[in-house]
Design a protein around this ligand. Structure first.
Ligand code: 3PG
Length: 201
């Protein structure tokens, strides 16, 4: 969470695009990459991205211990989930896998702290009340730190990063869908990464 101000949230359909996209993001200054398990290719994407020097590759949208096992077997170095369940948290802790579970309210944070976790994804960040909501939720939990994700953009990220409780932001804005038939626009991805990496914390 401290390695870069932004973690790109990646939804990649074609494993052939994985290494070039990862290389563009790393070159732009964003080495920490969250590959969501939302496509059939996701586990292959993780394997491909791990071959890129400097890339630190984790799995996102990890919903249960079975998906955790798959993600770890593919080489994921960290795990992100949209929510916090006891079964996933206990399995990740047992496996020694860094887990960033989603929280949306104070009760979620308390369940996470009970499980021994103190780093959380605030999700969905904008729809769940935005900066004012996270400020209020974080206030009682001095030990907790957050990665807001969901609806954040290059222009809003700076305001989130200004919060003491925020170590980084997540977002899918860095990698566009790519034009029909064409591969990913690697120059645009690297430029977007460079702008995001320059955000102050
Ligand atoms: C996630 O999976 O964390 C979010 O869907 C990313 O949200 P965004 O697409 O609004 O950045």
């Amino acid at each position: 969470m401290r390695m870069a101000p932004v973690i790109p949230v990646l939804v990649i359909e074609d494993a052939a695009h994985a290494a070039p996209i990862a290389a563009a993001l790393v070159a732009g200054g964003l080495p920490v990459l969250e590959v969501t398990l939302r496509t059939a290719a996701a586990l292959d994407v993780i394997r491909e991205m791990k071959r890129v020097p400097g890339a630190i590759v984790g799995a996102g949208t990890v919903l249960n211990p079975h998906a955790l096992d798959d993600a770890l077997e593919a080489g994921s170095e960290f795990i992100v989930s949209p929510g916090l369940t006891e079964s996933l948290a206990k399995a990740a802790i047992a496996a020694g896998a860094p887990l960033l579970p989603g929280i949306a309210n104070a009760s979620d944070v308390m369940r996470g702290l009970d499980l021994g976790l103190d780093r959380f994804k605030f999700f969905p960040a904008e729809a769940n009340g935005g900066i004012a909501a996270l400020k209020a939720i974080a206030a009682p939990f001095g030990m907790a730190r957050f990665c807001p994700t969901g609806g954040i953009t290059q222009s809003s990220a700076a305001n989130w990063l200004a919060l003491d409780a925020v170590l980084c932001c997540g977002g899918s804005w860095l990698v566009g869908a790519g034009k029909d038939g064409a591969g990913p626009d690697l120059a645009a991805i690297e430029a977007a990464a460079r702008s995001a990496a320059a955000l102050a914390r």
